[in-house]
Design a protein around this ligand. Structure first.
Ligand code: ADP
Ligand code: ZN
Length: 720
């Protein structure tokens, strides 16, 4: 039998199919070990066939393979498609489908060895003290894990195993992430929820956009659709944007579906992830839940794919291949003839346009569960606060409402876009701004550690005693971060218990989860955080939300900044007043007449959408054109510029041949000129015809540049 094998080396030169002879039965999709050049590598059987065009004496033999195919036919087809679409090595796309520990061999054993004393008496020789101690230990404990025992008693363990005095047994251990997590039971669907479920099922369209305000009960709709899929003997994929959300969702899924639900995300330990993946592949778990990479879950016969918070930026991959999760889901939906459900209170303008245009089914849920009112949003003009001599990050209105909220025994969430203590450190004498040595960005002061941190590469710097430029000692802080807000709150409300949630406080696998759990168990009164607090959390006791700097994201140099601000404000506001009392929102801004904030304050999505889409059309921004950015990054500036010139030259030929399809074409420094010691250049394009995309990819992949990374981004969600 001949196997076409792709070796797991992500290099375009070896990204070819090689024929091997196989003398044991194997199916396409199986992971195999093969000789390659003078080494041994892992590969994947792409196809099994009878004959090769190469003479059989030239073909080498597959050494061995797994006893199951890691990739099914669908996965193989999908990986080919992705490799072709994004012009990346097939080996790289195959990796998307496997837990990474399977490739690196780093997976912790799924089996653990235990050692106990075998039957029969044995007297160790008098001089073998270690053996005597070992036997005494086991006599007492009954059994022990093999590695622990070897650590304690060294060679004595092997000696006694060999003699048959000890017996070793391998036992499978089941790693079950979030085992202790449980959630509430099912609700009886409201008429609106029932109608939504029916529409998704009955529409001839593959994709349904569920546009429901925050608190409209979308989760219950997803869970019902998933339950229906399981009842029909099918499987389901449930995608959520952030790991921090997964435990809550998983709790609900667990309560509902028991161990049928498997979680796939990078926050798990290698072993846990591998086990969850195996459970899905073997069919013992039938619901895959996770962030974007879970769209590659090894499930067959899919009944429904849910993408919650579909507008979230995390759904487009920022590493090669730079796939779009929705496109992958759409492929799998076609393959499995199943439905895709996109849910959001604030759909991306692109998505909403496809829905009103009739390509997607549009289901709207304009009301909250039990007709609970949306929290009232009060816009506060911060310019007036400054004029009144209030330099603090809290307006008078917010302070008053916070006090009332705390007095009533309720909880509050304060949102702002920046972590750390202050945004930047500047010298008041000469204007020097402290910057990162590896990145072209200013540093942020963190008071707890009394250091400066780069938020791009994570490097820490000692706090400066004086200005390195002029020697002056009048260093000042500009801007406010989460840390500073928490500190100021402590001064204003000494009795209040404050929790902070940002990148600095959420380390570890369950960092987010622990903070959210503590807040939901009322261990704190105020939660201060970055956008992490904006996502779908459901805290019944929260009656006040303060948005401290609504302008931050507005002035981001990105065509989506308006949309993002609208989404952010709506999402954060949606955390308020979800249960008993009506919620309130205080939105602080220096730009109180901004139309985006006005629409957001009125929860007027359609108003916002009409305005936004009109502007996009006028400016020829997506979805009316596509932004394509070719990034050129390298540690050596000369090499990087050379690669840029070369790439630019080839792109220019594409441009010259199809000038009518380009609205914009230029090369330049990337806005952040250096990150992690890599110089960054870009060729920025705006195209109106998708068909030139192929040629752009061709031009970029035509030549490999040593030490310089060149790649294509489509409608990048981050243009820095
Ligand atoms: P969304 O995801 O649309 O923001 P959720 O799914 O979080 O909304 O639901 C909001 C709240 O309403 C939750 O507390 C949820 O438990 C509750 N809920 C959802 N469906 C029902 C229902 N049919 N009956 C009663 N309460 C419900
Ligand atoms: Zn840096």
């Amino acid at each position: 039998m001949i196997c076409e094998v792709i070796v797991d080396i992500a290099h375009s030169e070896v990204d070819k199919i090689f024929d091997y002879v196989c003398d044991f039965p194997v199916e396409a999709g199986t992971r195999v070990t093969v000789p390659f050049g003078r080494t041994t590598v892992t590969g994947f059987v792409m196809r099994v066939k009878e004959h090769s065009e190469y003479p059989s004496e030239k073909l080498r033999k597959i050494y061995r393979g797994d006893d199951y195919p890691a990739l099914n036919t669908e996965c193989l087809a999908l990986s080919r498609k992705i490799a072709e679409r994004y012009r990346c090595p097939l080996a790289l796309t195959l990796r998307l489908f496997l837990p990474s520990e399977m490739r690196t061999g780093k997976v912790a054993e799924r089996y653990r060895s235990y050692i106990r004393i075998a039957d029969g008496a044995y007297e160790p020789p008098a001089r073998a003290a270690a053996q005597t101690a070992l036997l005494a230990y086991l006599d007492e404990k009954g059994e022990e894990e093999a590695p622990v025992l070897r650590e304690k008693f060294g060679g004595a363990v092997s000696a006694l195993l060999k003699k048959g005095v000890l017996a070793e047994e391998k036992r499978q251990i089941l790693r079950d992430p979030y085992r202790g997590v449980t959630g509430g039971g099912a609700h009886t669907l409201t008429p609106a929820q029932r109608a939504a479920v029916e529409r998704v099922s009955s529409t001839p369209k593959t994709v349904t956009l569920l546009h429901g305000v925050t608190g409209s009960g979308k989760t219950e709709i997803y869970l019902t659709l998933i339950a229906n899929a399981l009842a029909a003997g099918k499987t389901a994929i449930f995608l959520v944007p952030e790991i921090s959300l997964t435990p809550q969702m998983l709790a609900q899924l667990r309560a509902r579906f028991g161990s049928s639900a498997a979680i796939l995300h990078s926050g798990l330990s290698a072993g846990e992830r591998f086990d969850e993946w195996q459970r899905l592949r073997a069919g013992t778990a039938r619901i895959a839940i996770g962030a974007r990479s879970a769209v590659f879950a090894p499930v067959e016969n899919i009944g429904v794919i849910v993408i919650d918070e579909e507008h979230d930026g995390s759904y487009s991959s920022e590493t090669s291949p730079r796939y779009d999760t929705f496109d992958v889901a759409a492929f799998r939906a076609r393959y499995n003839k199943c439905k895709v459900v996109l849910g959001s209170a604030t759909p991306a303008a692109e998505t909403y346009r496809r829905a009103v245009g009739g390509e997607f089914e549009l289901v709207s849920l304009p009301d909250r569960i039990n007709a609970r009112p949306m929290p009232e949003v009060r816009i506060v003009d911060m310019r007036r606060e400054v004029r009144r001599g209030n330099p603090s990050p809290f307006s008078a209105v917010l302070r008053e409402k916070l006090g009332a909220c705390l007095d009533a025994g309720n909880q509050a969430i304060l949102f702002l876009n920046r972590r750390g203590y202050s945004q930047t450190v500047i010298c008041r004498d000469c204007g020097y701004v402290a910057k990162c040595e590896n990145c072209d960005v200013s540093l942020t002061y963190h008071s707890e550690e009394n250091c400066l941190k780069c938020h791009y590469c994570g490097t820490r710097y000692k706090m400066l005693p004086a200005c390195p430029s002029c020697g002056g000692v009048h260093l000042g802080y500009v801007g406010t971060g989460t840390q500073k807000v928490a500190a100021e709150l402590k001064k204003l409300y000494p009795a209040a218990r404050i929790l902070r949630m940002d990148m600095d406080t959420t380390g570890g696998k369950e960092g987010h989860y622990q903070i959210l759990r503590r807040f939901s168990e009322r261990e704190a009164d105020i939660l201060v955080g970055t956008q992490m607090v904006a996502k779908g959390h459901d805290f019944p006791a929260v009656t006040l939300v303060g948005i401290l700097d609504a302008d931050m994201s507005l002035h981001f140099p990105d065509y989506r900044s308006g949309e993002r601000t609208f989404q952010l404000v709506t999402q954060v506001a949606g955390r308020s007043g979800r249960a008993g009392e009506t919620g309130e929102v205080v939105l602080q801004t220096y730009d109180p007449d901004n139309y985006i904030l006005r629409f957001a304050a009125k929860y007027d999505y359609t108003g916002f959408y009409e305005h936004e889409i009109g502007m996009r059309a006028a400016m020829a921004f997506p979805p009316f054109a596509k932004i394509v950015r070719v990034m050129v990054c390298g540690a050596d500036e000369r090499e990087t510029v050379a690669a840029l010139k070369d790439t630019y030259g080839r792109l220019q030929s594409v441009y010259a041949a199809h000038a009518e399809s380009f609205l914009f074409f230029n090369r330049m420094h990337a806005p952040v000129k250096r990150i992690q010691n890599k110089f960054r250049y870009q060729v920025l394009m705006r195209i109106t015809d998708e068909s030139v995309l192929k040629e752009i990819y061709d031009a970029v992949s035509a030549e490999k540049h040593k030490n310089v990374l060149v790649y294509v981004e489509e409608n990048p969600s981050n243009l820095s």
